[in-house]
Design a protein around this ligand. Structure first.
Ligand SMILES: Nc1ncnc2c1ncn2[C@@H]1O[C@H](COP(=O)(O)OP(=O)(O)OP(=O)(O)O)[C@@H](O)[C@H]1O
Length: 329
């Protein structure tokens, strides 16, 4: 179980004055600005859950992950991970977690991954038999057979990411902090990494906390999303609840018995698509029953379906800096 209580992180940032004279000034009279990266966040994550962190750039997601994995000491509040206080970084805690940062490579560039794996074996004190078994499983699951003996610098981005994941999981952590694990990967490789994370979660009942800008990762993996905006908790619930709360519109998919003109349909909502007898309309959520009724009365409708706004659209509006209205759970 991971528990955050009123967790905050403030950074003190040196403010430099502009120009040469300003730089001189700053040398003698240093001025600081406070950046509130995380502001009074509380939530619990039970063992075995996969949680997605969403929010615009600079919202505080990575800072929260760093506090949960013990890289940063919170300014105030508490975080406990399976009873450990992360920033104390005691051995039992370090053995139970892993942190993978998609933007930051941790394996040595000039060495093959197999050498870095041995370093991790020594660091985590993994007995030989266990090491060979786990490595075998990871190499198999991630299809790394032809990759691990080549120097990292000769590998593709996707191959490097898979090696990073293998190295990060050799000690079989129960808690995975994954910061943009699929960044820069092509679609097939993203899918492979996603499948792998899901399998690992099921196999080991591992808790996974994930940030990603890729909707595919979120939709495929997480049962719960936590939205952070401007350092604050903006939403905590399921993807479906998020869609319902954020989207003030719904989609009407219609199939008509005859051709229907665009202008006739525009009276009811935004026409997203009109293709022969098929049309897609975006309509106000609250007016769906009246609009559907009026369309059915006016046109020869053969089929009608009412759907939520695609989750991709919901999330891209979050990343565009329009946080969901409504209080956190
Ligand atoms: N070491 C630091 N010193 C000063 N400010 C920092 C530091 N680390 C993060 N920040 C600031 O804290 C805020 C939150 O940053 P953070 O990296 O946690 O956001 P994020 O949600 O992970 O963003 P992104 O999606 O772009 O990775 C930002 O304003 C960032 O500039």
């Amino acid at each position: 179980m991971i528990s955050l209580r009123q967790l905050s992180m403030h950074f003190k940032v040196h403010v430099k004055e502009a120009g040469f004279v300003g730089s001189l000034h700053s040398l003698f009279r240093r001025q600081y600005r406070r950046v509130v990266a995380v502001d009074d966040i509380s939530f619990d994550i039970p063992t075995g859950e996969i949680v997605g962190f969403l929010g615009p750039n600079g919202a505080g997601k990575t800072t929260t992950l760093k506090m949960m994995s013990g890289l940063l000491h919170p300014t105030s509040g508490t975080v406990t991970v399976d009873g450990h206080t992360p920033h104390r970084r005691d051995a039992a805690f370090l053995h139970s977690i892993t942190l993978v940062m998609g933007q930051k490579q941790q394996l040595l560039w000039d060495l093959p991954a197999s050498d870095s794996f041995l370093v991790n074996q020594a660091y985590y004190d993994i007995p030989d038999a266990n090491y060979r078994k786990r490595l075998g499983e990871l190499v198999e699951l991630l299809a790394l057979q032809r990759v691990i003996d080549k120097p990292m610098r000769t590998l593709s981005l996707g191959e490097r990411m898979k090696c990073e994941l293998a190295a990060a999981l050799l000690h079989q952590p129960k808690i995975l902090f994954l910061d943009e694990p699929t960044i820069g990967l092509d679609i097939t490789m993203q899918q492979n990494v996603r499948d792998f994370i899901r399998d690992y979660n099921r196999l080991h009942n591992a808790t996974v906390v994930l940030t990603s800008h890729y909707m595919g990762d979120i939709a495929a993996l997480v049962s719960r999303v936590i939205v952070i905006d401007n350092g604050e908790l903006a939403f905590d619930g399921t993807l479906r609840e998020l869609t319902q709360r954020v989207a003030d519109r719904k989609i009407l998919k219609l199939h008509f018995g005859t051709l229907v003109g665009r202008t006739a349909l525009e009276r009811f909502g935004i026409v997203e698509r009109l293709d022969g007898h098929a049309a897609t309309l975006r309509v106000e959520r609250g007016s769906v029953p009246q609009i559907a009724g009026a369309i059915l009365a006016e046109f020869p409708v053969e089929d009608i379906a009412i759907e939520d706004i695609p989750i991709e659209d919901v999330v891209s509006s979050l990343f565009a800096g329009n946080p969901p209205a409504g209080a956190a759970r």
